[in-house]
Write a protein that binds this ligand. Structure first.
Ligand code: HAM
Length: 426
């Protein structure tokens, strides 16, 4: 075979599908429980949307976007994230006319040209929620509660919620100036990559992977010490809500992390990440924050908003690592085994059973033994055996493959067989 899937993409085979359906089902259930409604946006958008929204200086825009010119000469980009798209859709479809905040969720593939490694791929999937049109701290708290519930319902434990506050954009200049002064004073102790980063995206120096920088970052100026009075009030209210959540639910916890900044430019105030205990640098399971400036940056009316996105590949890695059982993919209700000249009758029976909503596979034409083995390997719940005698007498043998019920003779009638297959004692 001359073809391979593109690097950083995967085929999700049937054996892995139970993990995916578990994650999707849980996401839908939890989103619904918090009053979020689903939105889907196009897989590709105008390149400018992400340049403006995510930010020109971010790694995503600088080196990770799948952008191309289409046949009409427009620059198109496969979406690297969902927030900018959802905000575009909110304004374009007049959702500001609905009661605010509008609560939206999505589960969509995203595309980033990154160096593939465990938990970091080029086509990945996010479940995300966005609450648009409300600036109050209650919505921040709701978002964090939603993430925590989602992890709980999945059964994933040992995850730490890290929170920080980036303040408002207008007030940030002073903080950034202090940060630059601090890191510049370190001179050569700051590695070259981070000296460059200090020029381009000074906040990002705080979450550098370099050990020397991490050490320096420990004592760096903290954004919380620079935020405005209003932002501080908002923050105090968020923390109060988190404390309440914590006292009502011992499994909920959080840590303030002064080094937490985000890789996308649109954030202000509350930012957060959920880290598993065994996290490498690629471990963040869920990340998000408030992004009040975004819709304005995109040319829409100033509209406060907050949201998060969870990386589904990473959640599934956790489910596997923590050996969390997921509901298996079921085999068919019935495999029909045909002997002698019963092939035609068996095919008709299979058709009729499917008509009765019984999932049915006709065993491949082989020996009795091979057909029975096939049914076992397919994890069938029952086999229905048809031979020449059965066809002549209008009966069939029904044999459950699990449980203690014995093989029995039933009438060759799809409805009757369907009833029996569905019977609770069966
Ligand atoms: P992000 O931090 O870029 O934020 O991505 C969120 C999550 O998506 C990450 O924590 C991770 O679990 C997953 N993820 C990101 N890149 C990859 C990758 N290459 N391979 C596998 N998983 C990945 C956002 O995308 C924001 N839009 C989140 C948000 C929503 N903020 C507000 N609303």
């Amino acid at each position: 075979m001359n073809f391979k899937r593109p690097r950083g993409t995967s085929d999700i085979l049937p054996a892995d599908q139970p993990y995916w359906s578990q994650v999707y089902t849980t996401a839908r259930k939890v989103a619904k429980r918090f009053g979020y409604n689903r939105i889907d946006t196009p897989t590709f958008e105008d390149t400018n949307l992400f340049q403006r929204g995510v930010g020109d200086e971010t790694d995503i825009v600088q080196k990770e976007m799948y952008s191309f010119e289409d046949h009409g000469g427009d620059s198109i980009t496969l979406r690297p994230e969902g927030t900018a798209s959802v905000c575009r859709a909110y304004v374009e479809n007049g959702l500001q006319n609905l009661p605010q905040p509008v609560r939206l969720y999505y589960a969509m593939p995203m595309f980033r040209y990154e160096r593939p490694q465990a938990g970091r791929v080029r086509q990945f999937h996010q479940f995300g929620c966005e609450a648009i049109g409300d600036a109050s701290p209650e919505v921040d708290a709701e978002m964090l509660e939603l993430c925590w519930r989602f992890l709980q319902e999945l059964g994933i434990s040992d995850v730490t919620l890290l929170v920080n506050n980036l303040g408002d954009r207008d007030g940030r200049a002073e903080y950034i100036a202090e940060l630059e002064k601090y890191f510049k004073s370190a001179g050569d102790r700051l590695p070259k990559v981070d000296r460059d980063r200090l020029e381009r995206a000074p906040l990002r120096v705080l979450d550098s992977k370099a050990p020397e920088t991490q050490e320096l970052a420990e004592n760096a100026p903290k954004s919380l010490d620079f935020i405005s009075g209003e932002a501080k009030e908002h923050w105090d209210a968020v923390i109060e809500h988190l404390e309440n959540l914590k006292s009502a639910n011992p499994s909920f916890n959080y840590k303030i992390d002064h080094r937490l900044v985000r890789g996308l430019d649109y954030y202000n105030r509350t930012v957060f990440e959920f880290e598993p205990a065994n996290a490498g640098s690629q471990g963040t399971l869920i990340a998000g924050g408030r992004y009040d400036p975004l819709i304005g940056l995109l040319g829409g009316p100033e509209t406060p908003a907050i949201g998060f996105a969870a990386g589904l590949e990473r959640l599934i890695l956790q489910l596997k690592e923590q050996e969390i059982a997921v509901e298996g993919s079921d085999g068919p209700d019935v495999v029909v085994v045909a002997l002698g000249n019963a092939g035609k009758a068996a095919a008709s029976l299979a058709t009729a059973l499917r008509g009765q909503d019984v999932s049915t596979i006709l065993a491949p034409k082989r020996s009795m033994k091979a057909q029975m083995r096939y049914a076992n390997n397919a994890s069938a719940k029952n086999v229905v055996i048809l031979g020449d005698r059965e066809v002549e007498q209008g009966v069939a043998s029904l044999k459950p493959l699990a449980g203690s019920v014995e093989q029995s003779e039933v009438s060759l009638d799809a409805k009757a067989i369907a009833e029996q297959v569905r019977a609770p004692h069966h």
